[in-house]
Ligand binder design. Structure first.
Ligand SMILES: [Zn+2]
Ligand SMILES: [Zn+2]
Length: 168
């Protein structure tokens, strides 16, 4: 998505822009993301002195795989978007992007904002019970008869060691 900043100047303070941007590589690189919609970019570009601000929101839909129960679920976040551009290459730095030829290319910043928003350990609901570690049943849907008090053998060794230390 590109915005021609040269259109902004005397007589035109701001332009509203709306477009869809496809962020690639997410589904391929993140196993917890099953699908990602195109990102709807809704922004206003404005001139402020020698700089140009591009402010607005990103909306998209993501299908996650729950990190506890492995079921698919959908989230539709709205992410604030705010970037600053300059037409002067010498004035650009980490926070102010150079708009080569007067064109602000939003795609890399949209991709960055979407990647920051994506969750690494998404959970379908805060109360998700996950899968039983013993039989694999989805505990949101059914109960099983596995003992909750079953202790991991490695932890059992550790607790034996700790109780030995206590008694000395
Ligand atoms: Zn879940
Ligand atoms: Zn079980």
């Amino acid at each position: 998505m590109e915005i021609d900043l040269r259109a902004l100047g005397p007589g035109l303070d701001a332009i509203a822009c709306q477009d869809e941007v496809q962020v690639t590589g997410v589904v391929e690189s993140l196993s917890q993301v099953e699908a990602l919609s195109p990102v709807n970019v809704d922004v206003v570009a404005a001139r402020e002195g020698k700089q140009f601000t591009v402010d607005g929101n990103l909306d998209f839909t993501v299908v996650y795989r729950c990190s506890r129960c492995l079921e698919s679920f959908v989230r539709a976040p709205r992410v604030p978007f705010a970037e600053v551009f300059t037409l002067d290459e010498g004035a650009a730095d980490e926070a102010v992007h150079y708009a080569a030829g007067g064109i602000a290319d939003l795609d890399p910043y949209v991709a960055e904002a979407v990647n920051l928003e994506l969750e690494f350990f998404p959970v379908c609901q805060p109360s998700c019970q996950g899968l039983c570690p013993h039989c694999g049943i989805n505990r949101n849907r059914a109960a099983c008869n596995c003992s909750e008090s079953r202790v991991d053998p490695r932890l059992a060794i550790l607790s034996d060691l700790l109780s030995d230390t206590d008694s000395e």
